[in-house]
Design a protein around this ligand. Sequence first.
Ligand code: NAD
Length: 332
Amino acid sequence: MKIAVFSTKSYDKESLEKHNIKGALSFTYFEESLNKKTTNLALGFNAVCVFVNDKLDSETIKKLAKNGIKLIALRCAGFNNIDLETAAENKITVVRVPAYSPEAVAEQAVALIMTLNRKTHKAYNRIREGNFSLEKLIGFNLHNKTVGVIGTGRIGEAFSKIMQGFGCKVVAYDLYENKELIKIGVDYLPFDELIKTSDIISLHCPLTPETHHLMNKKTFSKMKKGVMLINTSRGALIDSADAITALKSHKIGYLGIDVYEQEEKLFYKDLSEDIIHDDLILRLISFPNVLITAHQGFLTKEALEQIAKITIENISNFEKNIKTENEVLIAQ
Ligand code: NAD
């Protein structure tokens, strides 16, 4: 099986090669992302292996089908970047890595909370310049604060447990209740009630047509003044323009994001010598109470190992015609 791996970074290559025992699969690595302009790179391959910012829209998938691609192997859980209908029409199977390390992403959400709150990033820079002043570094105790978790699947569950460890009251909203969380005292609330009562809101639901811009002008208006909003899920859960307005009016007191709606043009690239044309992210970066990381929630040794292992299993199972629950099917 010949697989074209897109958006390759050194750690992807290392972990895939480590788990490709005896070179059973033939991986060719491309640094380019996969989109309608780069499909020709997949000529002569049977499968493509892609990540969060590869854009497999209808046009791209039709071109891949013409090139003879039979399998799209995602190295991630979310599949909002794949036109599943076109894939099904063209008899292309889509597989993903549904769970590799929920704790890795949950811990990234906690890192954003801790840094925004206790301003360790600012203290680090100050002290390197010989500035030992504590002015403007005041944080707040997490103990006894209400944390609202939207989406209580694998990552939301891991995150809720960590926040309970801080002594927070954890409340949740999901289409389905997680029994494990109810058992340990997490209260499910209606969506409006959750956003009204939470001091910190963390997003862990997938990006779907229903959740697109779930956080917008209207929802911000119902939140507590000074709320902390954390997004490690998918960028388009938040309307960035509305978030900027809410930051300007101090409605949002802190914003921590590991994902951004226009991230495919920016994240995973060194643009330090380029002119950035995305005015929304530049405005977000300019706020002292906004912390952005470039979609690195998955970036732990343990998560990378699991991603590589499961991706290789997924491809091998496809080769052997074994169906597994890692196959992404269109909801009927
Ligand atoms: P999961 O499928 O285990 O859980 C998702 C939960 O969201 C489910 O309980 C589901 O019922 C709920 N949900 C679905 N639609 C909803 C809605 N409209 N309102 C409220 N809840 C809703 O997924 P997971 O493994 O916990 O991952 C969650 C998300 O995290 C993924 O979709 C992905 O976008 C993101 N993610 C980010 C990174 C990163 O590196 N930052 C890594 C992995 C996953």
